[in-house]
Design a protein around this ligand. Structure first.
Ligand code: 1HE
Length: 263
């Protein structure tokens, strides 16, 4: 791994749409394969998110979401450099998973290797019918290095992940839905609109409530039950104590808030 270069703004398109920050992997000629420049650009984008951003949408330019790690940068790496490189991915994808606001990944075409690891760090995945999930690390003689072995078993189970890595099994968007990867399956070309619509919805929630969902929920889920329940009580009390929660509950009781309805 060379000394990190300055952030290349062309590798990651950054756009604001009201409360939504839209980040788009922008290396379509290389199928958005993630070189060091792109992972640094993602890291940079997730550092110091503006306080008025309420949700982040992450998508890919071109015909594929992401072809994974840029394999051309791998061949000359020593073992030690390999560890540091993986740790760099970990640091970046921690910022994605523990961003201050929810992250929605919009997937189409190849979502493989490191691309799947990026998608797994997001909180919601919208997949167009063309999306497919693979972990070709086994065939390439390598191993996941972007947190996949920690996040993917939690989403799809260790056995499914092992199958994907050992046999090269690929799940299409629909199979991915059954497996727990696809949260929303949409028609071709409709992913971004769906992702933005969901982001708008998420943005109307109380910020502290969203924060609790993405920061507290995954941590509580990893705790032993007794400790988890205790932390849940603290988080519940903190959320309830927020003036926004009080106003929203008052609004419901006074008939000013929407009822829960089937979608
Ligand atoms: C790449 C990469 C890449 C494309 N690294 N250059 N990932 C993989 O093993 C997936 C490898 N890629 C593919 O299987 C295919 O490229 C795709 C199925 C994604 C797309 O196929 P296609 O026909 O649309 O594109 P293409 O012609 O194969 O690729 C276009 C160019 O992108 C071509 O370069 P060119 O200079 O010949 O035009 C490809 O070489 C280049 N390209 N994918 C480098 N991945 C944190 S650890 C994670 C570990 C992993 O991610 S392992 C999985 C790696």
């Amino acid at each position: 791994m060379d000394t990190p270069s300055p952030i290349d703004p062309d590798l990651l398109r950054v756009e604001r749409d009201g409360p939504i920050l839209h980040l788009r992997l922008n290396r379509p000629v290389k199928r958005n394969a993630v070189n060091d420049g792109l992972i640094l650009a993602i890291d940079h984008a997730f550092t110091g998110i503006a306080s008025d951003v309420r949700c982040i949408v992450l998508s890919g330019e071109g015909q594929h979401f992401c072809a994974g790690l840029d394999l051309s940068e791998l061949s000359e790496r020593t073992v030690y450099e390999g560890v540091l490189h993986s740790r760099m991915w970990h640091a970046t994808l921690e910022k994605v998973q523990y961003a201050p606001v929810p992250v929605i990944a919009v997937l189409h075409g190849a979502t493989i290797g490191g691309g799947l690891e990026i998608a797994a760090a997001a909180h919601i995945r919208v997949a167009e019918r063309s999306a497919y999930y693979g972990l070709p690390e086994g065939q390439r003689g390598i191993f996941v290095g972007g947190g996949g072995s920690m996040r993917l078993p939690r989403l799809i189970g260790t056995s499914r992940m092992a199958d994907m890595m050992l046999t090269g099994r690929v799940f299409d968007a629909e199979e991915g839905q059954q497996a727990g990867l696809t949260n929303y399956l949409v028609a071709e070309g409709e992913g971004l609109a769906k992702g933005m619509a969901l982001a708008q919805k998420v943005s109307t929630n109380a910020p502290l409530s969203n924060f609790a969902v993405i920061q507290a929920l995954p941590r509580i889920a990893e705790l032993p039950p007794s400790e988890g329940l205790f932390v849940e009580s603290l988080v519940a009390a903190i959320a309830q104590g927020d003036p926004t929660a009080k106003e929203r509950i008052r609004a419901f009781l006074e008939g000013r808030a929407a009822k829960v309805a089937k979608s």
